[in-house]
Write a protein that binds this ligand. Structure first.
Ligand code: AMP
Ligand code: GLY
Length: 429
């Protein structure tokens, strides 16, 4: 099987790496890729968001499977175009990708499917903003109703900050989505979906804020771990039954079947799991941790999804233990990152590239905000954490920064769902 992966982040490096271990894979390419994917896959330039460009490359290269990593190409119809050319494609149609591309569409689908999520209101008229803000609080959640790479959200107890963010969005011509605040730890559940059948992967947690202790601005994700040792028994089955399957069924009923990876971003509240957001693709950086434990050959599995044969695929096999990934970001990220810095020590095991490129002189240079993800696996979270941070010590990026507390609270047993047995044990102890 000839597999073409579209994208250039550490998520795509993780996908390419896992595919390279699949005995069914005879050739592997990544477009446009980065300095890391180039060492294990053919590299092809492509405008990833252009359906014709991706389809032309897939045809010329003779792909048997195209795997689309990021959301923007999916929202732009890349998977539709590849499938129309008769090539199996892992990733939803543009119509189904709206589950991520439009928060208002996602809310409408969830409401129709009876899926628990935050109460919300869309405001597109500045004159209605103040009255709408008064219907929320004391913690406000203010979102951009569109693709914003996790950065269009402000969660705050400060009315003035909430209002200022909403005004900025409205001034820029973006409708604003206000939501009720969901309490409890967050979890990401990735589900393979072939239109009807749903297969969950291991649950994971990511760290969206830039600084230790969850301070500072939101980012695309600074680290992640899987699985969740603190998850209540049956959590994954419960999420599939109450959230993912009803959403998949609702999309199918509307004639916009979802095929690919449906990512449920959840708040595990005292009132059960609630959806914060859906994404239409593998999450970054959770994928780097989750695939670190997957033993099932990945390309064969994704091909089964792309061809509607997920139900016939054998159960997934996982390595025991835990995986932790830590993101090394460039100076300035999540603001404007400094680029072109020399990176050394980034070719070892467990180092996945994101914003990197190979310069003319053969050196590896930074080329984006999130530069690398390092991955460590081990018998438990503590072991996986120390492995990941060991790997990180061997990498050098001038001005680079990373969080030091990825998976720390979970490894110490300090995470629990509010109202669960564990919380009662923690607070009475
Ligand atoms: P989103 O872009 O919708 O994924 O939001 C980014 C981050 O903002 C989430 O990962 C949460 O940490 C936070 N967030 C979003 N919506 C809510 C909500 N309704 N309640 C609490 N936190 C939220
Ligand atoms: N981990 C967050 C995202 O992929 O959107």
């Amino acid at each position: 099987m000839r597999v073409l992966v579209i994208g250039s982040g550490a998520r795509e490096h993780a996908l390419v790496l896992a595919a390279s271990h699949d005995p069914a894979v005879t050739a592997l390419a990544c477009a446009p890729g980065n300095a890391g994917t180039a060492s294990i896959a053919e590299q092809h330039p492509v405008e990833a968001n252009k359906p014709e460009a991706v389809t032309a490359l897939a045809r010329e290269w003779g792909a048997d499977l195209v795997v689309v990593g990021p959301e923007a190409p999916l929202v732009n119809g890349v998977a539709d175009a590849v499938r129309a050319a008769g090539i199996p494609c892992f990733g939803p149609s543009a119509a189904a990708a709206r589950i991520e591309g439009s928060k208002a569409f996602a809310k409408e689908v969830m409401q129709a499917a009876g899926v628990p999520t935050a109460r919300s209101e869309v405001v597109d008229n500045p004159a209605r903003l103040d009255a709408a803000l008064d219907r929320f609080g004391p913690t406000w959640v203010v979102k951009d109703d569109g693709l914003a790479a996790g950065k269009g959200v402000v969660v705050t107890d400060d009315y003035d900050k909430a209002r200022a963010h909403a005004v900025t969005l409205l001034d820029g011509g973006h409708p604003v989505l206000l939501e009720s605040y969901l309490d409890g730890p967050e979890a990401s559940l990735f589900c393979l979906v072939d239109g009807t059948t749903v297969r969950p992967l291991l649950p994971a947690q990511d760290f969206k804020r830039v600084g230790d202790g969850d301070v500072g601005p939101n980012t695309g994700g600074m680290g992640a771990y899987a699985p969740l040792p603190w998850a209540p028994e049956g959590l994954v089955d419960d999420i599939v039954a109450r959230i993912v399957q009803p959403t998949v069924d609702e999309l199918a009923e509307r004639g916009t079947s979802f095929s690919g990876l449906l990512y449920a971003g959840l708040a595990l509240t005292s009132d059960g799991p609630h959806v914060i957001e859906f994404n239409c693709r593998f999450g970054d950086p959770e994928t780097q941790a989750v695939l670190g434990l997957l033993e099932t050959p990945l390309a064969t599995l994704l091909h089964a999804v792309a061809t509607g044969k997920l139900a016939e695929h054998p159960p997934l096999q996982w390595a025991p233990g835990a995986a932790v990934t830590v993101v090394l970001a460039a100076e300035g990220y999540p603001g404007r990152p400094r680029v072109d810095d020399l990176i050394t020590g980034a070719d070892g095991e467990g180092v996945l590239h994101a914003g990197t490129r190979r310069a003319e002189d053969g050196s590896v240079r930074s080329s984006g905000g999130r530069v690398l993800s390092v991955v460590g696996t081990g018998d438990d979270l503590e072991a996986a954490r120390s492995k990941a941070y060991d790997v990180l010590r061997s990498v050098h990026l001038p001005g680079g920064h990373h969080r030091r507390d990825i998976a720390l609270a979970a490894a110490r047993g300090e995470v629990a769902v509010p109202g669960s047995e564990q919380t009662r044990a923690m607070t009475s102890g």
